[in-house]
Design a protein around this ligand. Structure first.
Ligand code: NAP
Length: 221
């Protein structure tokens, strides 16, 4: 399984403000870059925090890219995956529409009525973990369903976990020219944080995009 994380953050490392509302951090060139990454992957993954905050759709913007996928024998959009221990994904959210298959990964703690509501909305449920989603188990289940490449788009809690679990291969970050600030604003990697054995990254490229830069890393030394 190939796993890449991509996010846009402010110059001070924030993904959005303390209100957790979506903020325009990048511009058209970067949206296009993200669309190109989405074209290549089998599925796009977000945490439930992002679904509740942003109501994302996670499909391709460019119809030509959808056509290119069709010509390669692939569905026009990558599948969508929500990491959501308790099944809080709204069945009427944009992520559950019929533009692409949607997988919601819940834990064993997800209430039956939430599972039923999601199944009725046509969502594929995967159970991984007891109280919280166990990501390696979830990703193995996705692989068994034929998904071999993932783009993780955030937010900060989920990104911390994929780094902590050692399941990420590459990281690309758009760094925008603005300051968001706020000790409670989400950052690139939230979670508990590391106090030792800090995961190392190897910088592979620095590109000027829009009014910012894209930093590309492979994970590991
Ligand atoms: P998140 O990372 O999207 O979702 C975190 C939630 O996922 C957790 O609270 C947890 O909720 C669930 N989860 C289940 N298993 C998990 C596991 N093993 N590891 C981590 N999380 C797990 O939420 P967030 O950190 O609050 O980020 C949302 C914010 O980021 C929003 O403000 C959004 O606008 C912003 N965002 C920005 C960008 C960008 O590129 N700038 C991209 C995406 C999001 P349960 O316990 O209920 O399951």
């Amino acid at each position: 399984m190939d796993i890449v994380v991509n996010v846009a953050m402010s110059a001070d490392g924030k993904l959005s403000s303390r209100r957790r509302e979506q903020i325009k951090i990048s511009g058209p060139e970067d949206f296009d870059r993200v669309d190109r990454i989405r074209r290549e992957v089998d599925a796009v993954v977000v945490g439930i925090g992002t679904v509740l905050a942003d109501d994302p759709h996670l499909t391709l913007d460019d119809p030509e890219r959808q056509q290119q996928r069709r010509e390669n024998g692939r569905p026009p959009n990558p599948a969508r995956v929500v990491v959501d221990s308790r099944g809080r994904t709204p069945p009427d959210g944009r992520i559950c529409d019929d533009a692409a298959p949607t997988y919601v990964v819940v834990s064993s703690a997800a209430p039956d009525e939430r599972r039923e509501a999601l199944a009725e909305a046509g969502v594929e449920l995967i159970v991984a973990g007891e109280e919280r989603v166990d990501l390696p188990t979830a990703f193995d289940a996705l692989e068994a369903a034929g998904i071999n490449s993932l783009l993780v788009e955030g937010g900060g809690e989920l990104i911390f976990s994929v780094i902590e679990d050692g399941v990420i291969d590459r990281l690309t970050v758009f760094v925008g020219s603005l300051v968001i600030g706020g000790r409670d604003a989400p950052t690139l990697a939230d979670g508990e944080g590391f106090v030792e054995d800090f995961p190392a990254l190897s910088l592979t490229a620095v590109d000027r995009v829009d009014d910012g830069v894209v930093l590309s890393y492979v994970v590991g030394e």
